[in-house]
Design a protein around this ligand. Structure first.
Ligand SMILES: [Zn+2]
Length: 182
């Protein structure tokens, strides 16, 4: 089921989300709906607060572009990108590694806005799965960026919080209008 995506200005986007303690049928359905919603909106990631649920749950799929990363290790072994896509995870923990890199980001909760965001270009992500297993993913590129962007959502942080002061200033009026539209 395609769910409405919460837009900038809604307080749920600023909440520190609660850990998922138990994977219920409801959580599984929610994750499936989040994937459907993300694909429908042509996004590469979606976090639960974006559909109004303040839980530490997110989905990512960057399989459309195998060139978007330069390496991938899953639990210490080299792996193919499509082997872990789509990625569904709860209660993620991120270790940020690598050089800082600027790249363009957007967000399904902030309509019509893209901006350059500087982030570390690689991560080591510990991603608990629904079946109780844990994926430890080391990667860079778009996947590292998406993991940081979605984990930020679970902490009530949006990509616009990470812009340079000059960029922030330049989009201030547009953000105020978006917030007013809700
Ligand atoms: Zn987002």
């Amino acid at each position: 089921m395609i769910l409405p995506i919460v837009q900038y200005g809604h307080p749920v986007l600023r909440e520190r989300c609660k850990p998922v303690e138990e994977v219920t049928e409801e959580i599984r359905t929610l994750a499936a709906d989040m994937l459907e919603t993300m694909y429908d909106a042509n996004g590469v990631g979606l976090a639960a607060p974006q559909i109004g649920v303040a839980l530490r749950l997110a989905v990512i799929d960057v399989a459309h572009d195998p060139e978007c990363i330069s390496f991938l290790k899953v639990n210490g072994e080299d792996a193919a990108l499509e082997s872990i896509m789509p990625l569904i995870f709860i209660n993620p923990e991120l270790e940020l590694v690598g050089e800082k890199e600027r790249d363009t980001e957007g967000c399904l909760s902030i309509r019509d806005m893209r901006a350059e965001v500087t982030r570390p270009n690689a991560v080591k992500a510990t991603l608990p799965q629904f079946d109780g297993s844990v994926l430890v993913i080391e990667t860079d590129g778009l996947l590292a960026r998406a993991l940081q962007h979605e984990t930020d959502h679970l902490n009530g942080v949006l990509f616009i919080d990470r812009l340079s002061p000059a960029t922030k200033l330049s989009i201030k009026r547009k953000l105020r209008r978006l917030a007013a539209e809700g």
